[in-house]
Every structure is written in structure tokens, then in C-alpha cells.
Design a protein around this ligand. Structure first.
Ligand SMILES: [Zn+2]
Length: 182
């Protein structure tokens, strides 16, 4: 094992560290997705900027087969029920540097402010103070959805047992991974 290291006199890294190196196993990239399995331990590098980090966010990502969304043609309620029954959940420790953890907190804060602004605007209309309040409220809702979706930390775009395609990682991190060949 020691021939993995340039300097034979340095303190040997643990087996875990070797697994977390650039050549980590069980983690690949396919276009803009990171491909992992349930067993994958993510390397200790921020998924947004690829800087080394000791921090990670414990997330449970849900995945719903896109075919289930077709049931929306029948009823939204059926879609919700099917999605809840058939969703797959994946627990992941997503590495995130301090800077991007702070960014994420700002995103959450901004979304809360937008939400409160929206409620306030709707209230203005329903309290007969300002007739266009509800319209502005709807516009804020749209901004909120777009802002929220475009700033998602990570989500599962595809699942084909055992491979989970996670989206949300940025180019620097993706470029550090081996191509997924399967
Ligand atoms: Zn980062």
C-alpha cells in the first residue's frame, strides 16, 4: 500500500482517506450528474467548487420515477399519493465548503423573505388595501419557484439500481471524477 504515496516517510493515510482521494471508487460523472451508489462515501471536496472541506450536509434525497407524473393527467391527488408511495429515498453526506454552506443559508433566508412578502401582498388584496397585491403576490411566487429550483443543493435526476444520478454538483467537482462508462 505504501507505494501509493510519493513520500514513504510521511504518515500513512488511513484506508478511508485513500478511498476519498481523486480516484475514489463508487463515484463517477455522467455529463452534469454525479453517479453514486448507496454505499458511496463522497470525497471530502465541496460539490460546488471542489475545494477540500471537512463539512458535509446530511441530506435525504427523494426520487420519483418520471412516469408517475403522467398520472397528473388524471388527478393531482393521485400523483401526490403515487409519488409518496413509490418515491425512493437516498441518504447522503454531501460535502460542502464553508462558503457554499453560507450561500445555501442565504438562499434559504431569501426564500423565506420572498414567502413572507408574498403572504403580505395577498393580505393587502384580501384586506381591501391594495387591489393589485394578489397579482404581485403571484409574481413573487413565480420568482420564488424559479429561485428555489435554480439554487437547489442537489437532487436525484435518475435512478437505475444501483446507480443514483445526483444533479446539483458544479463543473469543478464533476471534472475531478472519472467518466461513468455503464
Ligand atoms: Zn464550495
Amino acid at each position: 500500500m505504501s507505494d501509493n504515496f510519493d513520500n514513504p516517510y510521511q504518515t500513512p493515510k488511513s484506508a478511508v482517506d485513500v478511498k476519498l482521494s481523486n480516484n475514489a471508487s463508487n463515484i463517477w460523472r455522467k455529463k452534469s450528474a454525479v453517479v453514486v451508489t448507496r454505499e458511496t462515501i463522497w470525497p471530502k471536496r465541496c460539490i460546488k467548487c471542489n475545494e477540500p472541506t471537512e463539512n458535509s450536509l446530511n441530506r435525504t434525497l427523494a426520487y420519483v420515477n418520471p412516469w408517475i407524473y403522467l398520472s397528473i393527467l388524471i388527478s393531482v391527488l393521485i400523483t401526490v399519493i403515487l409519488a409518496l408511495i413509490f418515491q425512493k429515498k437516498f441518504k447522503m453526506e454531501l460535502p460542502l465548503c464553508d462558503r457554499h454552506a453560507a450561500y445555501r443559508k442565504r438562499v434559504i433566508l431569501i426564500n423565506w423573505l420572498l414567502f413572507l412578502g408574498m403572504i403580505g401582498c395577498f393580505w393587502l388584496t384580501f384586506a381591501n388595501i391594495y387591489e393589485f397585491g394578489a397579482l404581485i403576490g403571484l409574481a413573487i411566487l413565480l420568482v420564488m419557484l424559479i429561485f428555489g429550483f435554480s439554487n437547489r443543493l442537489a437532487y436525484v435526476g435518475r435512478y437505475k439500481d444501483p446507480y443514483i444520478h445526483v444533479r446539483g454538483a458544479k463543473k469543478a467537482f464533476l471534472d475531478s471524477l472519472d467518466e461513468f462508462e455503464q
